[in-house]
Write a protein that binds this ligand. Structure first.
Ligand SMILES: Nc1ncnc2c1ncn2[C@@H]1O[C@H](COP(=O)(O)OP(=O)(O)OP(=O)(O)O)[C@@H](O)[C@H]1O
Ligand SMILES: [Mg+2]
Length: 306
C-alpha cells in the first residue's frame, strides 16, 4: 500500500491527519505485515478518521462495518437474495429437466448473494481498507467469526462455500472499550492506544480541520479543551466537539472564548445534564476560561504558536 514511511507520512499530511512518529510507523508496519490494527481510545480521538485517511492516502476504497449490539452474519457478510432466486426459478421453469443438483448449485452463487462489507472487502483486486468500527459492541460469538477472516483471509458461508480473498484488506478495528475485546483477536492485531491529544497536537488539528483563519483561536480552543478534560466531566469533550466549537465561534464572529458566551457555547461542549449543571456553576466556566489563558501563555512561553 505504501512504499515507505515517508510516503505514508506525506499522504497523511495531505489528508490533514495529524499523527505522531510512533503511530505513523505502526500504521506502516500494519500495512506491510498485513496485520489488523486494533485501536482503542476515548470517543473522538481520531480512531475512525485514521481508517478513512489511510484509505485516502492509499487511493483505495474503504469498506465499513459499523458494529452494534445484535449485529449478525447477514449484516456483516451478506445473505441470499430470495426474491432474485425466485425470479430465476420461475424463468427456468420451462427448461427445467429435473436436474435438481445443477439447479441448486446455480441458485447458490455470488450472483444471488447480497454482499455485506466483510465479503465485499475480500473481493477487491487491490487491497481496500476494511474498517470494523466499534467492535466492542459485538458479542463474543461474532468476534469469533471474525477470526476466520482475519487469520485465513476467507469467509465460509453455508450453501455458498468458502470465499477466499482476492487481496488482503488493510483492517482497522476500533473500540471504545465498552466490552473487552477477546485475546485471540488482540493477538492477531497490532494494538494501538489513542488518548486525548496534547494542547500542541490539538492546536495543529484545529488549524488543519477548521476554516477559521484566526490562528490564535486554535491554541485557545486546544487550551480550553485541555481545561475541560481536567474538569472531571461525565463526557469530556473530544476533538470533534472542539471542531464544532470552532465553527460556532466562527458563525458568531467571535475571536475568542469569554465567560459571557457560556450559555450559547454550552450545547457544543456539555452533552449530559450533569455536565451542563457543573459548567453552569458559579465561577465554573470562568475558571476554565482563566485556565485556558494560562495554558496559552505557557505554550507561547515554550515557543509554540497558539
Ligand atoms: N489526528 C487527527 N488529525 C486530524 N483530525 C482529527 C484527528 N483526530 C481526530 N480528528 C478529527 O476529529 C473528528 C473525530 O474523530 P473520529 O470520528 O475519528 O473519532 P473516534 O475516535 O472514531 O470517535 P468515536 O469513538 O466517537 O467513534 C474527525 O472527524 C476529525 O475531524
Ligand atoms: Mg469512531
Amino acid at each position: 500500500m505504501f512504499a515507505s514511511i515517508e510516503e505514508l507520512s506525506e499522504k497523511l499530511k495531505l489528508a490533514k491527519y495529524v499523527i505522531d512518529e510512533v503511530t505513523l510507523k505502526v500504521v506502516f508496519l500494519a500495512a506491510r505485515m498485513r496485520k489488523p490494527l486494533l485501536i482503542e481510545g476515548p470517543p473522538g480521538s481520531g480512531k475512525t478518521e485514521l481508517a478513512r485517511v489511510v484509505a485516502l492516502a492509499a487511493g483505495t476504497q474503504i469498506e465499513r462495518l459499523q458494529c452494534y449490539e445484535g449485529i449478525n452474519e447477514e449484516k456483516a457478510i451478506g445473505k441470499f437474495d430470495e426474491s432474485l432466486q425466485r425470479i430465476y426459478l420461475s424463468s427456468q421453469s420451462g427448461t427445467f429437466g429435473g436436474d435438481w443438483t445443477s439447479l441448486r448449485s446455480g441458485l447458490h452463487t455470488l450472483d444471488f448473494f447480497v454482499e455485506g462489507p466483510l465479503l465485499r472487502a475480500l473481493q477487491y483486486e487491490a487491497p481496500c481498507v476494511l474498517l470494523i468500527d466499534e467492535i466492542d459492541k459485538v458479542s463474543k460469538e461474532f468476534e469469533a467469526e471474525l477470526l476466520e477472516i482475519l487469520s485465513e483471509w476467507q469467509i465460509s458461508v453455508p450453501k455458498l462455500g468458502t470465499i477466499k480473498a482476492k487481496s488482503k484488506p488493510f483492517v482497522v478495528m476500533t473500540s471504545n472499550e465498552e466490552r473487552r475485546i477477546g485475546d485471540p483477536l488482540r493477538r492477531r492485531s497490532l494494538y494501538v492506544r489513542f488518548e486525548h491529544p496534547t494542547i500542541e497536537r490539538e492546536t495543529k488539528i484545529l488549524g488543519l480541520r477548521t476554516t477559521t483563519q484566526h490562528s490564535g483561536l486554535h491554541g485557545e480552543l486546544a487550551g480550553f479543551a485541555h481545561a475541560l478534560r481536567g474538569y472531571k466531566l461525565e463526557k469530556p469533550p473530544s476533538i470533534a466537539e472542539m471542531l464544532d466549537l470552532a465553527e460556532a465561534l466562527r458563525l458568531l464572529e467571535a475571536d475568542g472564548i469569554t465567560a459571557v458566551m457560556r450559555d450559547v457555547l454550552l450545547p457544543c461542549i456539555a452533552k449530559t445534564e450533569s455536565d451542563r449543571r457543573r459548567l453552569l456553576l458559579r465561577d465554573g466556566f470562568e475558571s476554565l476560561v482563566f485556565d485556558t489563558r494560562r495554558y496559552c501563555e505557557e505554550l507561547s512561553g515554550r515557543g509554540v504558536s497558539a
